[in-house]
Design a protein around this ligand. Structure first.
Ligand code: LER
Ligand code: MN
Length: 267
């Protein structure tokens, strides 16, 4: 099973990012620790030197499975469901920029909090329609670039909290290049049974985030990663298992704790 870890390419307040800061040093470190890939968290790709980052990932022989986009919400408040149409337009444009950026790495684009939080005055149906329209437009930019919607726990958003609501949404959207991203941190809060939800989504998830119950590295909380990895193998998941974890007690110890725990279970 291929293991990756999330690295932030730009300053971010989001805490579950093991590596922030110097990209060159962090990419070299991730390679040195034995990872097979690196997931990039990007606020705005137009502010990055793509060739520079591409050289770093290629020279370190680290494929990029996915581009995280949530910082555009976290830092700038962009979202597909903001009541202000101008902000919604900017969120769609940002996603299109992320799609062009992701294509250069053959990576998928994650839609986490960029979907937004439906405001109290907005009916669920109205928010869902905004989301459907936005994602349809983004999915049509390039059918060869995959988009993965992440069910996120209720404390962060009120839109698509569970795997089954994610599956219903995909059904309504009807776009082959749009699937799900499953994240064990959110699943631990929302799913009745993590392994059963992996089976439910087996033909529809493109990417997989791991963090333990406390969002520390796997092995530092109470989730059963032996059983989770076993289920991923059973459903023939061939993508990356990507650590979206807090840099605790520090970045390297988190990254080492993750890889050691998961590799010991894969033997
Ligand atoms: C992003 O992948 C994620 O899991 C969310 O918690 C972001 O807020
Ligand atoms: Mn996640």
């Amino acid at each position: 099973m291929k293991l990756s870890i999330v690295l932030s390419t730009q300053p971010a307040s989001f805490s579950a990012l093991a590596y922030k800061g110097n990209i060159e040093e962090n990419i070299a470190r991730i390679k040195e620790l034995g990872y097979d890939g690196v997931e990039l968290a990007v606020r705005n790709p137009n502010e990055l030197d793509v060739n520079y980052i591409q050289n770093l990932t290629t020279n370190n022989d680290l494929p990029v499975p996915a581009i995280g986009t949530g910082q555009a919400f976290g830092e700038e408040g962009l979202s597909f469901t903001n009541p202000n149409p101008e902000i919604r337009k900017q969120a769609i444009q940002r996603t299109k920029d992320q799609i062009h950026f992701a294509k250069k790495f053959d990576a998928l684009v994650i839609i986490g909090l960029l979907r937004g939080i439906a405001p109290k005055e907005m009916e669920f149906k109205e928010a869902e329609n905004l989301l459907l329209e936005a994602l349809k437009e983004c999915a049509e930019v390039d059918e060869n670039v995959k988009i993965a919607i992440e069910p996120i726990n209720r404390y962060e958003t009120n839109l698509i909290n569970t795997v089954s609501s994610g599956m219903d949404f995909l059904e309504k959207l009807g776009k082959e290049n749009v699937g799900l991203l499953l994240d064990t941190f959110h699943m631990n809060i929302e799913e009745p049974d993590i392994e059963e939800s992996i089976v439910l989504a087996k033909d529809k998830f493109f990417h997989f985030h791991v963090a333990d119950s406390n969002r520390w590295h796997p092995g530092a909380g109470h989730l059963d990663f032996g059983s989770i990895l076993n289920k991923l193998e059973q459903v023939n998941y061939s993508g990356f298992v990507s650590a979206e974890i807090m840099p605790l007690p520090n970045s390297d110890m988190a990254a080492i704790g993750n890889i050691e725990h998961l590799r010991s279970l894969l033997k």
